[in-house]
Design a binder for this molecule. Sequence first.
Ligand SMILES: Cc1cc2nc3c(=O)[nH]c(=O)nc-3n(C[C@H](O)[C@H](O)[C@H](O)COP(=O)(O)O)c2cc1C
Length: 459
Amino acid sequence: MPRLRFNAFSMNCVSHIHHGQWVRPDTRQLDYTDLDAWVELAQILERGKFDALFLADVVGTYASYGGSRDAAVEEGLQTPVNDPSLLIPAMALATENLGFAFTQSILQEHPFNFARRLSTLDHLTKGRVGWNIVTSYLPDAARNLGYGGLPSHEERYRRAEEYMQVIYKLLEGSWEEDAVVRDLERGVYADPAKIHDIDHRGEFFPDVPGPHLAEPSPQRTPVLFQAGTSEWGRDFAARNAEAIFIIASTHDAARLVIEDIRGRAAAVGREPENIVFFLGMSIIVGGTEADALAKAADLDGTASARGYAAHTGGGMGVDLAGIDLDTPIGELDDYNTQGIARSMIDSAPDQTWTFGDLLANRAMNRIVGTPEQIADELESWLEVGVGGINMPYYTTPGTFRDFVDGAVPELQRRGLMQSSYSEGTLREKLADGGAEARLPESHPGGRTRRERLGAPAVA
Ligand SMILES: Cc1cc2nc3c(=O)[nH]c(=O)nc-3n(C[C@H](O)[C@H](O)[C@H](O)COP(=O)(O)O)c2cc1C
């Protein structure tokens, strides 16, 4: 039986997915500006053999609820938010095997600068870094960055494709494998003949001559994550992503997305079976079912329905402030619940839920139970092609510590979770040794390397 990979899902902010919990005494969300808290988390995850810590990011505010960002600010809902990538070196120093994937939007920074940051992080982590490529959905992010407003979906993804070309040319196609000679006797660090300009000319990045400023790092290109769900997003993921985040409430829904994206990947010459699909899943574990249910009820007691509503609406660009959060959805007035909200209500599995319950459930699938129940449920997703779990916190590091101490031994006993790390870089570890440190030549990044350098896949 194949194993599942596990990512802990967090963000350099107070409240990421499950809102309202930061006020509790048993969470360190208020310590998000302290490296101590992040190092503690990384060490817990490595003790539990998590594959990676995955850090989300946004570069704007959730400003649609009631027409303002006030709810987001009061809830600590991804505002304030600090740079995720700066946390990584400290956590890498305190661990040996855990991977670190972070999010950055292609709207955010010129690819020439960003490529250097990727290389630097890959060097400093000895090849344990991943990048979640996003195209942004918050309008003020794009305004602040000088785009006037959010470019259309189509334009964002066209820009993303060109952004990736520049990144691949820099990371894969500029420095030959043996460019760095470190010849102490001759006093020659690198061979100028083996460092190439990239001469990129394009629509969004008209002139990027290169060369790349960093020497080749262990993975060259970090492991590429993505989470597009639109047509453009899926095509982009199929071409570029090695790991894809999905949110699906049923097995059939997951199967459909996975088959669709695998089909698109095969059509562009990639090896579709090597793409790992990570399913979002909240997990609450207890020694007995009653313990787990009590823990869930306690967490639900501090949940903020308004936080979920501001988050969901902000992500979709709709204002959900007019909808009563506490009335059973079956009794809600049609007048206030048209469009997206109405379709969410109509497809809810339980019409006695309040709108707040619905949003909390929509935020991610959830399993509440004993280690055995959790293992049974997780195992069932393997059949539809899910290869990993992306697990957000309610409290941090509490949710992860409970999982490591409670559920991980059972998952490892069943072979559903790794008991030790594979050697090598994050790319090699995620593939249990079945991949090289570098992108394969079936991937556009690997292809760029071959075309530009004619180099073999590995040094
Ligand atoms: C699990 C998961 C995590 C995501 N994390 C981020 C994130 O950190 N930052 C961000 O801007 N978008 C994030 N997204 C949004 C996606 O990048 C993407 O914009 C969204 O799924 C809509 O797809 P589309 O861009 O194809 O319309 C995430 C999506 C999912 C499913």
